[in-house]
Design a protein around this ligand. Structure first.
Ligand SMILES: [Zn+2]
Length: 335
């Protein structure tokens, strides 16, 4: 091997590390909707016709809010609620004002009332908000060093919406901080069973690594990849685990199958290059590295907001445009 070739290989391994780091960071959130228990409960109250005065108060409240006069809007929404405590529009107005100002206890109170009031068709959206506010309150508690209340809020967040990934992640993290690594792993295992998203799997992988249980890691990714066979991010993650555990034949076999499905995907070639290199097959390794570098020019793995369609370069807990929590889904890959 010439010195320039090994220098190239060295710098490439740096890019490979950043690519695998990127893959590890990518989150994937399943699109399935949570079970709509509201459909079974049907707690919808009989519709009430607003009197003209209530209607006028509500109109002025919405107008004030639009104009950015938030305190006036809050006073008017409260006046609406004084006349009709179960006014869904006023509750939503108060909730949004509280959330905008990060007054989570107030947002939680309004949201809890909304969850009990809205019809079944709107319920899962409201429980999603409820989970988000518990999550934010928990994060605020964490920042202030209040670990126990934080854990309680993260738990309530998971309970409100079991597919709300940020709450499961944070709950496990907080439990780990208390030293309860077993309970943390259980939280993530339950989250992975519902929805094998990459951030959850990454936490479990780290936990199994610390416990020295590599076979558990493989089983985790194999089960996840089998459940969502079209998910390329998961498939790549499984190959990475084979590679990291020096299961080179399994890794090569796996990435070669993926290459057939996604020939333009640089991280697959990067791994194939690394596998060939590890086996001493230098010529094949460089060929794969070259393909990876050529393709990596345009390497992105964007996520898209299911609510407002904004794009982000990677998974985030909140959409940067519309502020929804847990709304980013990976843009699907060409097949
Ligand atoms: Zn959005």
């Amino acid at each position: 091997m010439t010195s320039s070739a090994s220098a190239r290989s060295g710098s490439f391994l740096g890019s490979l590390r950043s690519l695998t780091g990127l893959v590890r960071d990518l989150g994937r959130l399943a699109g399935a909707l949570p079970v709509d228990w509201g459909a079974f409960v049907r707690r919808r109250p009989a519709p009430v016709e607003d009197d003209p005065e209530t209607r006028e108060l509500f109109r002025r409240a919405a107008e004030a809010r639009l104009a950015g006069r938030v305190e006036e809007a809050a006073v008017l929404y409260r006046a609406v609620r004084a006349r009709r405590p179960a006014h869904v529009g006023a509750l939503r107005g108060l909730r949004d004002l509280a959330a905008d100002a990060h007054r989570w206890p107030e947002a939680l109170e309004a949201e809890q009332a909304l969850v009990d009031l809205v019809p079944a068709t709107e319920r899962s959206e409201e429980t999603g908000w409820l989970a988000a506010f518990h999550y934010e309150q928990g994060r605020e508690d964490m920042t202030a060093g209040r670990l126990d209340p934080a854990i309680a809020h993260f738990r309530l967040g998971v309970r409100a919406d079991r597919r709300f990934v940020p709450a499961s992640l944070a709950l496990g993290d907080a439990l780990e901080m208390t030293g309860d690594t077993r309970e943390a792993a259980r939280v993530w295992e339950r989250a992975a069973e519902r929805d094998p998203s990459l951030p959850v799997l990454a936490r479990l992988e780290r936990a199994y690594r610390i416990e020295g249980r590599p076979t558990r890691m493989i089983a985790l990714y194999e089960a996840a990849a089998a459940r969502v066979p079209d998910d390329m991010a998961l498939a790549v993650a499984l190959g990475r685990v084979y590679f990291e555990l020096e299961m080179l034949d399994e890794a090569a076999d796996h990435f070669e199958k993926l290459e057939v499905r996604a020939p333009e995907f640089p991280v697959i070639h990067a791994f194939l290059g690394a596998i060939f290199e590890r086996r001493g097959e230098t010529r094949e390794a460089f060929e794969e590295y070259r393909k990876a570098l050529r393709l990596a020019q345009g390497f992105t793995w964007p996520h898209r907001c299911g609510h407002c369609s904004a794009s982000t370069p990677t998974w985030e807990d909140r959409c940067p445009r519309c502020g929804r929590w847990n709304s980013l889904r990976p843009t699907s890959l060409p097949r």
